[in-house]
Design a protein around this ligand. Structure first.
Ligand code: URP
Ligand code: ZN
Ligand code: ZN
Length: 452
């Protein structure tokens, strides 16, 4: 039982005790009982759901540095109790074998997890296999419109959209125009512009805007929903906003890095490679536009795109920015940052924080047992101290990497106890949960009707 806390859902804030039994919320009300946690003065949020992570992912000649154990422990410290990670189909592999590879990695997970299937090889046989994936609880498929080794052409995207429509599955896209990026990269390198700071110019906003517009048009033709991952700039958001205004079911996420950091980071004289991610950081004026998109509902989700690397891995691109493994760590810092920089600064409400970090991800990704605090839902709960001040540093975070893009930044508001399926995982800075306890989430078709 958790007593005296202030429960926050996507729609309400109220004081009640929470009765927990068998890993589920049994009742909300006023109870007596011995086995209880006192949450007086604290907020109780539904466990965070991060629908975009890359744990133990082979990528750009190396592997992301958090595995399912270290990454999910870090997630729990930051108030995230479920993730959806991307299976990335290795070239020539079946979807079924690709899934088996990720199932083996995920046995180490300390929190519940699901998978999206990132298809890199679209042919009759992989299209056919999509049905088996849905039966096995993988109800979303991701396509890359960039990265030479993974990217799909429009004809492949259309085939996947058609099959996904038959299966009530959701197609997600990394929307950047890969050909534009390739051409620009070659030009920059041939001019001797090889340093990490040139990454931003190789990935101009127009390449994202074009790809978002095209992905939406393809989905509109097939009359099936589409989900844009890691949207980073105002032009791309405008594409989403216009499509939603004409009734297209397009959904989009952004990430804390695009809401809080800007291109100035590429001027860091020592380590601009820390901030090499795709899409890249944008000009500062975009940030307010993204915050407004979250508050208006044109952006529905904040995920992390957690793709951590050590600085020694980033050095692989010392002489050529296009060889720097793309990605930043962030699985642990999402909720504290969104509370401190979002809620406390009046950019989003407390209910919206819950909506975009937990409730909407659960609805959109077909996890009706998650994302809320209600009788029958999974007892995934974050006891959050709204006044706790923490200075973020890779030294006090638990992500397995040697930097955070938020080094030295102070946040106010932090999880103090984190409970997953009724089990206490994090207690005042200690991981007290069992390891490898996470269960696979067999997802239902995506509840698009429930999306805003
Ligand atoms: O830079 C990024 N985003 N790295 C991870 C892979 C991806 O594109 O999501
Ligand atoms: Zn991506
Ligand atoms: Zn990603």
């Amino acid at each position: 039982m958790i007593k005296n806390g202030k429960i926050v859902t996507a729609t309400d804030i109220f004081k009640a005790d929470i009765g927990i039994n068998n890993g589920k919320v049994e009742a909300l009300g006023k109870f007596d009982g011995t086995e209880s946690i006192d949450a007086e003065g604290k907020l109780i949020l539904p466990g965070g759901i991060d629908v975009h992570t890359h744990l133990d992912m082979p990528f750009m000649g190396t592997t992301s540095s958090d595995d399912f154990e270290t990454g999910t422990i870090a997630a729990a410290f930051g108030g995230t109790t479920s993730i959806i990670d991307f299976v990335v189909q290795p070239a020539g592999e079946t979807l079924s074998n690709s899934l088996s590879i990720w199932e083996a990695k995920a046995k180490r997970s300390c929190i519940d997890y699901g998978f999206h299937m990132a298809m890199t090889d679209i042919n009759d046989s992989t299209i056919e296999e999509m049905g088996e994936m849905v039966e096995r609880g993988i109800t979303s498929f991701k396509l890359f419109m960039a990265y030479k080794e993974y990217m799909c052409d429009d004809s492949s995207i259309l085939k996947v959209l058609e099959k996904a429509k038959d299966l009530s599955a959701l197609v997600m896209v990394h929307a950047e125009n890969g050909e534009m990026i390739d051409l620009t990269t070659k030009k920059l390198l041939s001019q001797g512009k090889t340093g990490a700071r040139y990454h931003q110019y190789a990935h101009p906003a127009i390449a994202e805007e074009e790809a978002v517009g095209r992905a939406i048009a393809l989905a509109e033709l097939i009359s099936t929903p589409i989900y844009i991952v890691h949207l980073s700039c105002a032009g791309a958001l405008e594409m989403v906003r216009r499509a939603r205004a004409r009734g297209v079911k397009v959904f989009a996420e952004t990430c804390p890095q695009y809401l809080l950091l800007d291109v100035k980071k590429y001027e860091d004289p020592f380590e601009p490679s820390k901030y090499v991610m795709s899409p890249p950081l944008r000009e500062r004026w975009n940030l307010d536009v993204l915050w407004r998109g979250l508050s208006s509902g044109d952006l529905q989700v904040v995920s992390t795109d957690h793709a951590p690397f050590f600085m020694r891995q980033k050095e692989m691109g010392k002489k050529n920015f296009s060889k720097i493994p793309n990605g930043v760590p962030g699985i642990e810092t999402r909720i504290p940052l969104m509370y401190s920089e979002g809620v406390r600064r009046g950019r989003i409400s407390l209910n919206q924080l819950v909506e975009i970090c937990s409730t909407a991800p659960a609805k959109l990704m077909g996890m009706p047992q998650k994302g809320m605090i209600a009788p029958g839902s999974d007892a995934d709960l974050v006891i959050f101290d709204p006044d706790k001040e923490v200075t973020l540093s890779h030294e006090n975070l638990h992500q397995r990497t040697d930097y955070t893009p938020y080094e030295g930044m102070s946040v106010v508001g932090y999880p103090v106890k984190v409970i997953a399926n009724g089990e206490l995982l994090v207690d005042n800075g200690e991981f007290v949960g069992e390891k490898k306890r996470g269960k696979f989430i067999r997802r239902e078709p995506c509840n698009i009707a429930g999306g805003r």
